[in-house]
Design a protein around this ligand. Structure first.
Ligand code: SF4
Ligand code: SF4
Length: 257
């Protein structure tokens, strides 16, 4: 009997936000992908898919937007490749060999939550990323149940208090900023005083670069255009928390996961 893969790899993403880097989809079909979101207890999973997110409120961009079409197309492509005996080369870790030379990171994931992956799959992804010299950039709502991803992925959290909780537990956190955040602020603090930075692509994409003042007057400039050049969310970046402004219900729904 064929063992179905726990994830599918796309070597060149068409996502303009991340840039053309490799990305991982959780699951091998729509149902296993959806189950990973359920397992994470993600508050953004739409009601129609068994989650708690009502229409009109914050909801998952990936399941509601083009991400879902991309998922269907990828699953179809995977089945086709499986029949032709090309599944590993096109959708397995071997597909990383087809990445662009400019790729600096692998996104885990474009849809589905990586907390659902087995220890074996997590280790395989981490080893493959290291072998390919790629940073891992990714997020999980299921951080409480994914210890192997601690220190690698960002914990997706719903409040600054939860960001502190995740950081206390050894994670870096990605948080939707409260509506009190002032447009133009590049940094913020959690209730426990941790300094966070706002995702540069949400501050000033037009300028292309954003400079942050960090501790002791230290400054750092990053590209504001794509994750593949920004890389703030990679595992070894110093600020423990990255913020994503909460402009509106629609914007909340498309916030980074
Ligand atoms: S944000 Fe991630 S975990 Fe949540 S529903 Fe979307 S894909 Fe699933
Ligand atoms: S902070 Fe950088 S790496 Fe993180 S989501 Fe924003 S652009 Fe991507």
């Amino acid at each position: 009997m064929t063992t179905m893969p726990e994830f599918l790899v796309t070597p060149i993403s068409s996502n303009s936000k991340t840039g053309p880097c490799p990305q991982v989809t959780i699951g091998h079909n729509v149902e296993t992908c959806r189950q990973s979101c359920l397992r994470a207890g993600c508050p953004l999973l739409p009601v129609k898919l068994g989650g708690p997110a009502e229409n009109g409120g914050p909801t998952c961009y990936s399941w509601n937007g083009t991400g879902r079409l991309g998922l269907l197309s990828k699953m179809k492509g995977y089945l086709h490749a499986e029949v032709k005996g090309q599944a590993e080369d096109r959708y397995g870790l071997s597909a990383l060999q087809h990445r662009l030379a400019s790729a600096k990171m692998i996104r885990i994931s474009d849809i589905g939550d990586p907390c659902a992956l087995s220890d074996t799959a997590v280790r395989a992804l981490r080893e493959a990323a290291a072998a390919a010299n790629l940073f891992i950039v990714g997020f999980t709502h299921g951080w409480r149940q994914a210890p192997l991803w601690r220190g690698i992925l960002m914990a997706s959290v719903g409040s600054l208090d939860e960001a502190d909780e995740a950081i206390d537990a050894g994670w870096r956190a990605a948080v939707v900023l409260p509506s009190t955040w002032s447009p133009g602020d590049k940094t913020f603090r959690t209730p426990k005083g941790r300094r966070g930075v706002v995702c540069p692509s949400m501050i000033d994409k037009a300028k292309g670069r954003v400079t942050y003042e960090l501790r002791r007057g230290k400054k750092v400039t990053v590209s504001a255009t794509q994750c593949n050049s920004c890389l703030i969310c990679r595992e070894d970046w110093k600020p423990a928390v990255v913020g994503f402004p909460d402009h509106s219900a629609a914007a909340r729904g498309s916030a980074w996961r």
